[in-house]
Every structure is written in C-alpha cells, then in structure tokens.
Design a protein around this ligand. Structure first.
Ligand SMILES: NC(=O)c1ccc[n+]([C@@H]2O[C@H](COP(=O)([O-])OP(=O)(O)OC[C@H]3O[C@@H](n4cnc5c(N)ncnc54)[C@H](OP(=O)(O)O)[C@@H]3O)[C@@H](O)[C@H]2O)c1
Length: 194
C-alpha cells in the first residue's frame, strides 16, 4: 500500500489526478485542502479528507504521519509553502516529495522570458533543491484538456521542448512518480506534449 498526501487537493491538476491514483489498487489518499466542504469524498474506504492550510505547520505534520509520499499541487506564496513542507517532512521523517512548479523557472524555454510572475516558482524550487528530500520538481507546459496521454520530459539544464501538455499526461506522470520511489529523484523535469 502506498499512502499519498495531496496538498492543495482542490486544485485543477490535483482533481484530475485523484481518479488516476484510485485506478491503482494499492493506493490510499489523504486530501489536504482549505475549505474542505468543496470536495466530495470519491471513495471513503481509501480516501481521507483533511481541512488545513499548508502554512499551518502543526496541522501539516499531523497529516504527514504515516504517509509515504507528499504531492504538492499549490499556488500563491510558494516559497513559504515550500519552507513549511520541507520543515514538516524533515520533522516527520518523510522523504519523497512531488512538487508541481512551472516551465520557465530556469529561463529554459526558448524565446520566452517569464519575469516576476514566476518568482514564487523559482524561489520554492531553489529551497527544495537545497533540501535533503527525495524530490521531483515537475515543470509543466500550459495545461490542455485533451484526453491524450502523450508527453516528453526534459531535464534541468536542457531547453524545454514544445509549449503545452494535457492534464491527463501530467496525472499519468504524477502517479508514476508517486509510485516509483527511485524515479527522477532529486530531478527537476520539464513536461510537454510530444
Ligand atoms: N494552468 C497552466 O497552464 C499551468 C502551467 C504550468 C504550471 N501551472 C502551475 O501548476 C500548479 C497546479 O496547477 P492547478 O491548475 O492545479 O492550480 P490551482 O487550481 O490554482 O490549484 C492550486 C491550489 O493551491 C491551493 N493553495 C494555495 N495556497 C494554499 C495554502 N496556503 N494551503 C493549502 N492550499 C493552498 C489552492 O487552494 P484554494 O482553492 O483554497 O485557494 C488551490 O486549490 C499551479 O501552481 C499552477 O500555476 C499551471
């Protein structure tokens, strides 16, 4: 059984990924979000819902007990969020973190210069890269609603290829990363449509 804690579980990509996780028989989910009433529990035998703010370290640590993987699907003050997540994971002894970021944080998208709008993504990625966690930072292109699962990865230091990627592709990748403790560990991967 793999126990996965999803932070920001009401986010668009998280909501797309929850059913993909549940297709795997050996997964249990904890959905952590603000204003939890917004989510209906899709499978009470295997899914727990906890109301909480990621910046509330004590609530976060409580939610982290007994988990194997943290999947962070956040927006907003991502540096403060990353700081709290790293501290809580260290304190609980949890290592595996999948953290959704964005393309463009390293200036890796040919012909594009994303400016301060990406600072929270850059700052949070730098904090995670400086941690001792078994992280994978996921840098998606623009989300599309195509049904297709069709994606390629680029590594940090390589130019980003393409421009967009389907939510279903990202959900497929997030599920694989979450269920493969050694896949793309301490890597920051760009994800785009082939
Ligand atoms: N859309 C694109 O094309 C694209 C492309 C590349 C990267 N991205 C990035 O990928 C990430 C995931 O995308 P998405 O569409 O799933 O984002 P989203 O729908 O905006 O979800 C982000 C979630 O973060 C939660 N959140 C923010 N601060 C929080 C806190 N302090 N405690 C708990 N939860 C908190 C929000 O909760 P509330 O609902 O309570 O506010 C929201 O549900 C985002 O950072 C997005 O910018 C998006």
């Amino acid at each position: 059984m793999t126990r996965i804690l999803i932070l920001g579980a009401n986010g668009q990509l998280a909501r797309n990924t929850i059913p993909v996780f549940l297709e795997q028989g050996h997964v249990e989910l904890t959905l952590y979000l603000r204003r939890a009433k917004r989510l209906t529990n899709p499978n009470p035998a295997r899914v727990r819902i906890i109301e909480g703010d990621v910046l509330d370290r004590s609530a976060l640590e409580t939610a982290m007990h007994g988990q194997d993987v943290v999947y962070a699907n956040l927006a907003g003050d991502m540096a403060a969020q990353a700081r709290t997540i790293i501290a809580a994971m260290n304190s609980v002894g949890l290592k595996r973190l999948i953290f959704i970021s964005s393309m463009g944080i390293y200036g890796e998208v040919p012909g594009e210069r994303y400016r301060s709008v990406l600072d929270p993504y850059r700052d949070s990625a730098a904090l995670i890269e400086a941690s001792d966690l078994d992280y994978t930072i996921v840098r998606p292109g623009w989300f599309t609603h195509d049904a297709a699962v069709d994606y390629q990865l680029t590594q940090k230091g390589e130019p980003f290829k393409g421009h967009d990627v389907s939510l279903n592709s990202l959900s497929d990748l997030i599920a694989k990363l979450s269920l493969s403790p050694k896949l793309a560990v301490r890597c920051s991967v760009g994800v785009s449509r082939v």
